[in-house]
Design a protein around this ligand. Structure first.
Ligand code: SF4
Ligand code: SF4
Length: 314
């Protein structure tokens, strides 16, 4: 039974998250996500994690928040919308995924999560915790479901029934009890298979996992290997990430634009012509993407994507 103090702190945390611009905030009791261990092991042993070997490592930590924050009691999950209707690309211009249009989301969200953490400590000085944005072995999607934010679609991305799936997840693990949301137990995909049928490279498995070796997002951002020749013609000019499975999802048909100007594509990038993309210098790359998630790819690897993908894409 949660106390009234825990309830009112939970309300204040959600209000604070809302004030900081988060679109979603849910809270789950910390626990060991035992059921995810065999799924991750099977996925990794089948090789579908590509060269992201780290996903199969630290499994104990990955499923147990108590190994990241001693005495973990609560997991707060936030969602921050990054949807924009303004698309980039066309006329042979290399296509970038929406999530990388603006400032690196890690930086934006980490600051906001730390502000929530500080706020909690002001009210409850005994609270200790850590905030995470893709920065530790955490199964964010599982915690988002546990905290009531939504369900994983067939494309394996979390969907919220009010804002769709174009949002970033952030996590705070805390050592104090709070008032908890119900896990989201429903599945609103129904008989829909649009994402599976629309994926240009056939990367989506029937069991809601992705074969990253075929996924454009992985191939253009994470992979250290050269993009397989047979997949290049199917990539439709995508050089950094891919939104196709989310674009076709009916749950995104009414997605509202985000309210964060930092996530917009700067005009100087929108105006780059196809020819200019091909002749981008290292200095221009460093200047244009100084604060962007695109910096995760080196200049050489990014330009390799531009050259290979736009030359042979259909
Ligand atoms: S991101 Fe693109 S390539 Fe990857 S699963 Fe979705 S549609 Fe397929
Ligand atoms: S496109 Fe259809 S199957 Fe895929 S995630 Fe959306 S609702 Fe689910």
């Amino acid at each position: 039974m949660n106390t009234s103090a825990e309830k009112s702190l939970s309300v204040l945390i959600k209000e604070k998250a809302h004030d900081l611009g988060f679109d979603l905030c849910g809270i789950a009791p910390s626990k060991i996500l035992k059921e995810h261990e065999p799924i991750i092991k099977k996925w990794c042993s089948s090789g579908m994690n590509g060269d992201m070997n780290y996903l199969g490592q630290n499994l104990e930590k990955r499923i147990n928040p108590g190994l990241l924050v001693p005495g973990a009691k609560s997991v707060i999950v936030t969602g921050l919308n990054y949807f924009t209707g303004k698309k980039q690309g066309g006329n042979g211009i290399p296509v970038i995924s929406r999530y990388a249009y603006g400032v690196n989301y890690h930086d934006v969200i980490k600051v906001k999560l730390n502000m929530i953490l500080e706020y909690i400590k002001l009210i409850s000085p005994e609270a200790e915790g850590k905030s995470f944005v893709d920065s530790a072995p955490i199964i964010e999607k599982a915690w988002a479901r546990e905290s009531g934010l939504g369900w994983p679609g067939r494309h394996s991305i979390l969907i919220n029934n009010k804002i769709g799936s174009f949002f970033f997840l952030g996590v705070i693990i805390l050592n104090i009890d709070l008032d908890y949301d119900e896990p989201f137990s429903e599945d609103h995909c129904g008989t829909c298979r649009l994402c599976i049928d629309s994926c240009p490279t056939g990367a989506i498995n029937e069991n809601r996992t992705i074969d990253v070796r075929r996924c454009i997002a992985y191939l253009t951002i994470e992979s250290k290997a050269t993009i397989p020749k047979d997949l290049v013609p199917k990539m439709e000019n995508r050089v950094f990430g891919c939104d196709k499975c989310q674009d076709v999802c009916p749950w995104n048909s009414n997605a509202k634009p985000h309210k964060n100007p930092e996530f917009e594509l700067p005009e100087e990038i929108r105006q780059i012509t196809a020819e200019e993309w091909h002749n981008l210098t290292r200095e221009q790359f460093n200047t244009l993407f100084k604060r962007s998630a695109i910096e995760r790819r080196t200049y050489e690897r990014f330009m390799q994507n531009v050259t290979i993908v736009t030359k042979f894409s259909s």
